[in-house]
Design a protein around this ligand. Structure first.
Ligand code: SF4
Ligand code: SF4
Ligand code: SF4
Length: 364
């Protein structure tokens, strides 16, 4: 019980200390965002390298299997060699690039038939998120696995990372406050507060946080929107290196206004800004000339923020926690008293028995 009290106290004090360190809490900052124009990306991958260099994330060799995260996981936790699976670097760009604990951002390639405009790349048909593991089932009508270079295809590249929701479900689900939304926009993760429950993975509607399954002491990993740079009003590392100006950093509301003007002025764009309404709105917003569903974006995400579904129940969490602590304290006291009574009774019974036994020295 004292250990529980100590843990809760240290959790609270660390959380306060971390929040104190966050510059965005000390001063009022205009919420920042990034506008991504997918028509401008040439797939050079510079942004993924900049992210790795700035955040010092590893280039790790993993069992590389084509389609199944489940098989990759099985191979990661058993011995990949014994399964005859070759280990390769997890790609950070290309058709098989996926976000991982090391790849906080990836560039995914999609191919489209020039005549029909239909996507000919394999693409996720359905996402099943169970126990925080994403299993991608590829659509049955995947047309071809070979890239055509005869001019009959056009290619598009999609930069993926955390969208930094305005009301993040990950932060709402995390009772340890390991995920926190800063006023400047980034949703920041504090591994020192994380207890590894992985509720954040289940809560995120975009399947962003990734768990370090392969490490003995794992943490969650995701893009932090280079919060230390953003808090100084500097563009994130990936944004700053892009040679074609795909991403624009600035005040979120201004960027949203600009995105609306761009798509209204040029009908090649889809008349939709991804992230304007999805999950209640996100700090990173996208415009595209191809349908977002075919670009691999989740288009079934509700417009309402995810925490708004649970807010009225979450109010009861502190009450429940306090009541549960009181129940545990009560049980501790009751079992303590009972155990002490049992010890006294045993001792008394033993002494009583000894008193009744005639001493050898007692004269007859
Ligand atoms: S995209 Fe997912 S991980 Fe990123 S802020 Fe939103 S809920 Fe959290
Ligand atoms: S914002 Fe920073 S952490 Fe996020 S993908 Fe870009 S470089 Fe990586
Ligand atoms: S977003 Fe920019 S840096 Fe990243 S791959 Fe596209 S063109 Fe290159």
């Amino acid at each position: 019980m004292w250990a529980l009290h100590f843990y809760l106290f240290s959790l609270q004090s660390t959380s306060v200390a971390v929040r104190r360190q966050c510059p965005a809490d000390r001063r009022k900052v205009m919420a920042k965002g990034v506008l991504v124009d997918l028509t401008k990306c040439v797939g050079c991958g510079s942004c993924t390298v900049a992210c790795k260099m700035y955040n010092k994330t590893e280039w790790t060799k993993r069992p590389a299997l084509p389609d199944s995260e489940g098989e990759r996981l099985a191979a990661a936790i058993t011995d990949a060699n014994s399964l005859g699976i070759e280990k390769k670097y997890a790609p950070s760009s290309g058709e098989n690039a996926e976000l991982s604990a090391e790849n906080w951002t990836v560039i995914q390639k999609r191919r489209f038939d020039k005549e029909t405009g239909k996507c000919t790349s394999h693409q996720p048909g359905k996402d099943i998120t169970a126990l925080g593991i994403d299993i991608h089932i590829h659509s049955a009508d995947a047309v071809s696995s070979a890239t055509k270079t005869d001019g009959s295809e056009v290619w598009r590249y999609i930069k993926r990372q955390c969208l930094h929701c305005k009301e993040p479900a990950c932060a709402s689900a995390c009772f340890a406050k390991a995920f926190q939304k800063t006023e400047a926009g980034p949703v920041v993760y504090y591994p020192q507060l994380c207890v590894g429950c992985r509720y954040c993975m289940l809560a995120c509607p975009f399947s962003i946080p990734k768990f370090e399954w392969h490490k003995p002491i794992p943490t969650l990993e995701k893009c932090m929107m280079c919060s230390s740079r953003v808090n100084q009003n500097e563009a994130p590392a990936c944004v700053s290196v892009c040679p074609t100006g795909v991403m624009k950093f600035g005040d979120h509301d201004e960027l949203l206004k600009e995105a609306k003007e761009i798509i209204a002025a040029d009908k090649k764009y889809e008349q939709h800004i991804y992230g304007e309404e999805e999950a209640g709105g996100t700090s990173w917003i996208y415009i595209s000339d191809k349908p977002f569903a075919e670009m691999g974006f989740k288009t079934t995400v509700p417009k309402r923020s995810i925490p708004s579904y649970t807010n009225k129940y979450m109010h009861f969490t502190p009450v429940f926690a306090a009541a549960w602590a009181a129940v545990l304290a009560g049980l501790y006291i009751i079992t303590g008293i009972a155990s002490r009574r049992m010890k006294i009774n045993k001792k008394t019974a033993k002494e009583g028995t000894e008193e009744n036994v005639p001493s050898k020295n007692v004269p007859k």
